[in-house]
Ligand binder design. Structure first.
Ligand code: PEP
Ligand code: MN
Length: 339
């Protein structure tokens, strides 16, 4: 149920409603809006009718059921978009387009520092790089782990950029959060519910990738796991889904962007690198993502893609990334955004 407070209702009335929700055995999630506060009462669906009685409390405008299975993620609970601050001057979900760039995997100091400098100069705001890699084959490069985290942090600091990296295991959340500004949940872990619950307790923003087989509703239910664990900072990432098509690595579902933007207040970014699997298709799908309303892009960039330890074929060279960023400008302007 959502308890919508009257515009300008005093804080103490909101607090009284919160207390009452707790008394009734539900968990309140308060969203302090510009004009009015809204409180989501989350708990057992079956007894929710008792919450209707809150309508008689002072300051309450109305009590309405949340129709969608995802509650805190839905626009019903929070109509205005969520803007997440990632670092001083860097945020996602507002007017400015966010660009995250960097290699698939952290490989060395030189590779990371060179990439950080190049992508920053081209206009990217966040540096990426995997230290724990979810590889299909156990014989493939698994990532530099803690050493990779240290290299990533150092490169981010050298370039003055916040960093994002993947966490694969609930037990590693704290360790990764010590190094990384943003925690990524990979496509293969989108329904790893213990990881989602654990990461939802972290104070770090979460970059949640859509699974290759998750529907939009399931994807939002995964975000709901993080939100219900306490996080208010979940960024959704469309990265392609599995279809019969094999000309591209995945089928980048760009229609998910407007659907997600309609259903949720959370920011939505697109990863055209994993979405297509081929560097030559990355620019066009980046432009299309911006046109579709994405709040950001995540793009794999490597100093020498042919030597990359993972995802070389889909990684852009520095030069190609600079070109992409340049050609992106008219699309950013046409979408009414800035960078
Ligand atoms: C990645 O970002 O390098 C990655 C492994 O992505 P995904 O989980 O979308 O496959
Ligand atoms: Mn990759």
């Amino acid at each position: 149920m959502i308890i919508v407070m009257k515009p300008g209702a005093p804080r103490k009335e909101t607090r009284a409603v919160i207390e009452k929700i707790k008394d009734l055995g539900y968990t309140p999630h308060t969203i302090y809006g510009k004009t009015r506060n809204v409180i989501g009462a989350i708990g057992d669906e079956r007894g929710k009718i008792v919450l209707q009685s809150l309508e008689s409390l002072p300051g309450v405008d109305r009590v309405v059921p949340i129709l969608k299975p995802y509650k805190l993620a839905s626009r019903e609970v929070k109509p205005e978009p969520t803007e997440i601050r990632l670092a001083p001057g860097v945020s996602v979900g507002g007017r400015a387009l966010l660009v995250i760039a960097g290699p698939c995997s952290v490989e060395s100091d030189q590779q990371m520092v060179a990439t950080a400098m190049a992508v920053k100069a081209a206009g990217a705001q966040v540096l990426r790089g995997g230290a724990f890699k979810p590889r299909t084959s156990p014989y493939a490069f698994q990532g530099l782990e803690e050493k990779g985290l240290r290299i990533l942090r150092k490169a981010g600091d050298a370039a003055g950029m916040p960093v994002v990296t993947e966490v694969m295991n609930p037990m590693d959340v704290e360790r990764v959060a010590r190094y990384s500004d943003i925690l990524q949940v990979g496509a293969r872990n989108v329904q790893n519910f213990s990881l989602l619950k654990r990461i939802g307790k972290s104070k770090r923003p979460i970059l949640l990738k859509r699974g290759m087989m998750t529907t939009i509703t399931e994807f939002l239910m995964s975000a709901e796991y993080c939100l219900s664990a306490g996080s208010r900072q979940v960024i959704l990432c469309e990265r392609g889904i599995r279809t019969f098509e094999d000309a591209t690595r995945n089928t980048l579902d760009l229609s998910a962007v407007p659907v997600l933007k309609e259903r949720t207040h959370l920011p939505v970014v697109v990863d055209p690198s994993h979405g297509t699997g081929h560097s030559k298709y990355v620019p066009s799908m980046s432009y299309a993502s911006v046109a579709a309303g994405a709040d950001g892009l995540m793009i794999e960039v490597h100093p020498a893609p042919e030597k990359a330890l993972s995802d070389g074929p889909q990684s852009l060279t520095f030069e190609k990334f600079r070109e992409l960023m340049e050609n992106l400008r008219p699309f950013i302007a046409a979408a009414g955004r800035t960078i």
